[in-house]
Design a protein around this ligand. Sequence first.
Ligand code: C2E
Ligand code: MG
Ligand code: MG
Length: 665
Amino acid sequence: MLSLRKLSYLILSGTIFIFFVSFYFFFNKQLHTTADVIVHDVKKDTASLVYSISKNLQQADDLYHFISEIKRLPASNPFVSAVQVFKDNKLMLTTDQRLRTQPDSRQTYIPEKMDSYDLLTQNKVLTNHLYYFSGLNKSFLTLYIYLDREAVSVSIDKLFFQMIFWMLLLTIIYFILIFLIVKKVIINPAEILRQYAYYQSEIPKKMLLTDYEYIRSSMVHTFERLEKEKKALYRIARTDKLSGLPNREALHEKLDWLISVSERTNSEFALLFLDLDDFKTINDSLGHSIGDAYLKQVALVIKNIVRNNDIVARIGGDEFIIILNTYKNLLDLTQIIERIQSELKKPQIVDSHPIESSCSIGVAFYPKDGKDENTLMKQADIAMYQAKKNGKNQYHFFTSALYEAVQKEIKQAREIKSGIKNQEFELYYQPKVDLESEKIIACEALIRWNHPQDGLVAPNDFIPLAEKEGLIIELGNWIIEEAIRQQMVWKEQGICDIPIAVNISARQLFYEGFTQNIKQLIEQNNFEPQNLDIEITETLFIEDTSKSLNILTELCNQGLSISLDDFGTGYSSLSYLKRFPIHTLKIDKVFIDDFQTHTDSVFLETIVTMGKNLGITVLCEGVEEREQLKFLQKIGCDQYQGYYCSKPLSAKNFAGFISEYNTAN
Ligand code: C2E
Ligand code: MG
Ligand code: MG
């Protein structure tokens, strides 16, 4: 590609070439003019000599009278070296004794064929005729005028050197001048524009050339616009659209900066992880737009409480990060936190809806709890979860004990995962006994973990974590499959053909495709759906009632039965029993434990009566003694489950136990 610099040099060389050529022609003309002048001068002197001689000359031999006049010509004219006079071929006179022969026609100058320059440079001899009259006869003598070679060449050379000198001088001046102009007007501005386009550093000054000036000003405008857009984009990319607070990206930059400053100044700061309590309920009950408006208000409340130097960012749904670095002491810090919590606890009017909520806050300190962003956020998050666990609307400082508990959970979650892969889980079965016939009429599958190091682990020690980490989906699928398989094996082997109950956690039930999955399993195995009972707990009703209702109805439609486990311990209202398709109520063990107390016996009796009225089977869990059984029979309870009959047994032991038990009773 041709650069502007190269192009300029090319044009410059071209113009210098043209310059040289025109200069050459000009000087050539000068040379010819000079030659003309010299020749003219010689001719004029010769003519006046010829005139003065011919005027007085009578005969050729009288020529010697004019010898001094003839000699004056080479003496007075510097370009004439000698003069010869011939009468026909006879030399009459010569001013230079070395020249005695007559020049031939090749030596003489012929005006028609040559110009003055040729005459001078080719060293020709000028001829002239000297006419005179002897009587009436007109005769003539021929004059040969020899030019002074040296004088001519000195004068021509002088002119030539002058030409070279001027040509070089003017060329150099021209070159320098044009170079400076081109550099100043074309090359330098182009380079400045190029640099500006590349680095966008300093705004270039106004340009001389209008074309450059147009480019410069449009570049300045474009860059200014781009800079504005860049800044706006930068702001947008770092701002949470909803709340207007810095987002995760901006927080990352601010924290990075704060950590480096704190490291240098040896100072600490507190990172608060704030999560709204039950925000999901606001969203679900009032809709997402109200939820969003509420979040905006929350952002405003927090911003108004913290100081200008503090950082507030929204990093997710209802999660905010607050970085406080200007508190005086711990008391000051806790006062700020408490103010945030008390302000957020106050009902906020959003779109004419009074919303009451609260928040849980976890606190981690730099550098005590973490020296980098990730650790600090993680520790504050752990502390926030602890605050939630402690009953919400609280704050909690991060401690190393908390960290260890989380690490333990992470380790256990990994072990559960590998346990599923390594088939370390096993189902145990506990009989459900009919209180009238005292026969085993069903059973409940309860999971056990044959841990390679810890031995047999009870479900309460790993189910909550499996639920939290989402592992319950995979594990739960295996439980259902295994229970169905076991029921069919017992049936095939003629051991028993009784319904089997599986415990299903809320997260598993709400998982997409749950009902479809069960349907598929039943169809694939040709399993009788009435032999599968789903045990759920009351917590399910708190989570999402309409969704729960749909799922349970679908399961019922598939032919499965539903049991409400641990009944009496939850917070749900009895109205659910009417609305939801529940077949069995499983009264929690705590009530039969204290059946001798008035309140518990009344509770048991009431539930049994209500069950009868609603057509729901009532089962009592945790029966350990004969008296308890007798009491349940007396109040008309339908079934029981408990150690009195049997603890949960492995599949093999259960098979032996049921045959023996049912024949004995
Ligand atoms: P649950 O469904 O209410 O199960 C009854 C629990 O009470 C069982 O404990 C059982 O061994 C125990 N139990 C039964 N009769 C008596 C008795 O007479 N005295 C005493 N002291 N305890 C009795 P387990 O097997 O430790 O299960 C505890 C809980 O773990 C279960 O309560 C259930 O909520 C959960 N769980 C067990 N297996 C599974 C499962 O496969 N999936 C899910 N999601 N949860 C399960
Ligand atoms: Mg159960
Ligand atoms: Mg229970």
